[in-house]
Design a protein around this ligand. Structure first.
Ligand SMILES: O=C(O)CCC(=O)C(=O)O
Ligand SMILES: [Fe+2]
Length: 342
């Protein structure tokens, strides 16, 4: 039997040529299907009720903040409920996102989406040298400093992205403050270095993947190069994270947002909050959408551990990104924080 589904699946002309790239990498890749199909358990992430932070008693608020810090150190991942992003805003954002992807591939890859930088549109993994490094997905990775430059012709996309980012950033701030406070740190460092213009919004689309054996990544295992990521995922599922050395799958719940700690918070907290490896597994039956908000500092910001002795030496965000990009270019793989051990 071939590796592609026997019933020919009509790949959309809007889809990037993922299958062609996949086939080109197939001959370089040994033992791909043997290593990627292990059964994975489903997990329920810790749940944080954000409503408590605004309406709870002082005791409840204290306990909720402690729970956030515990989840960040034990899991590196948690989900939030009562997050105040209205269903209406979410459905408008998703509908604009779907429209942005429902365009001919040629247009998406050759013309910028309104006025976003042309390199905002990404698909597959251009640096992959084997299938283990290949992501079956497409994305718009937009610096939020750029949203206000979007042309009027697509103003619904611009205004919706701005509105969505504003609300998600408020959520991110509440969580960052709780995490900083629990460590006895100084939130003014974040206020100085992280602004609405230093963050990113990534619209992800995972087209259905007709590889009959499964085991293909929608997004390969990685940690995020930011302080914190807030993800909205639809009902399809496929997000997995590493817990105690094993991959577990996150049960999708469109009512919640999934939050994860990034590399910079791990360094800043001196290893207390964990930047955990995660990935998305491609789906053979249906496409999947998600939206990731990356809470980042400006490039010149210096990240330094808030306690001593530090596990990681201090570094600028620019230096961190350049090292990550250099490693990915040379080897196809991010090394990340291990490059910055003290
Ligand atoms: O699509 C998802 O659920 C996760 C996305 C993600 O990990 C990322 O964009 O860094
Ligand atoms: Fe991620």
């Amino acid at each position: 039997m071939g590796i592609f589904s026997e019933a020919p699946i009509q790949m959309d002309s809007d889809d990037p040529p993922l299958q062609t790239s996949f086939e080109a990498l197939l001959c370089n890749t040994q033992a791909f299907f043997e290593t990627c199909t292990a059964a994975v358990q489903e997990c329920e992430l810790p749940v944080i009720d954000l409503g408590i932070l605004s309406h709870g008693s002082p005791d409840e608020v204290r306990r909720c903040k402690r729970d956030i810090a515990l989840a960040a150190s034990e899991w590196g991942f948690f989900q939030v409920v009562n997050h105040r992003i209205g269903g209406d805003l979410l459905s408008r954002m998703i509908s604009e996102q779907v429209k942005a992807f429902r365009q001919p591939f040629d247009k998406k890859s050759k013309e910028s989406l309104s006025d976003f930088p042309i390199e905002s549109y990404r698909w597959g993994t251009p640096t992959a040298t084997s299938l283990h490094q290949f992501s079956w997905s497409e994305a718009y990775h937009v610096p939020l400093s750029e949203t206000s430059r979007v042309r009027d012709t697509n103003s619904m996309l611009r205004t919706t992205m701005e509105e969505y980012s504003r609300v998600v950033s408020e959520i991110a701030w509440v969580l960052v403050e709780a995490l900083v406070e629990d460590l006895g740190g100084d939130v003014s460092y974040f206020e100085t270095n992280c602004t609405s213009k230093t963050c990113y919004l990534r619209l992800n689309r995972y087209p259905l993947c007709p590889i009959s054996s499964g085991g293909v990544f929608g997004l390969t295992p990685h940690t995020d190069s930011d302080f914190m990521t807030v993800v909205y995922q639809d009902h399809v599922g496929g997000l997995q994270l590493k817990k105690d050395g094993r991959w577990v799958t996150v049960k999708p719940n469109p009512e919640t947002l999934v939050v994860n700690i990034g590399d910079l918070f791990e360094a800043w907290s001196n290893g207390l909050y964990k930047s955990v490896e995660h990935c998305v597994v491609a789906n053979p039956n249906t496409e999947r959408f998600s939206i990731a908000y990356f809470f980042c500092p400006s490039y010149d910001s210096v990240i330094e551990s808030c306690t001593k002795p530090p596990i990681y030496r201090k570094f600028s965000f620019r230096e961190f990104r350049e090292k990550v990009q250099e490693d990915v270019r040379k080897t196809g793989t991010k090394v990340g924080l291990r490059r910055f051990l003290a």
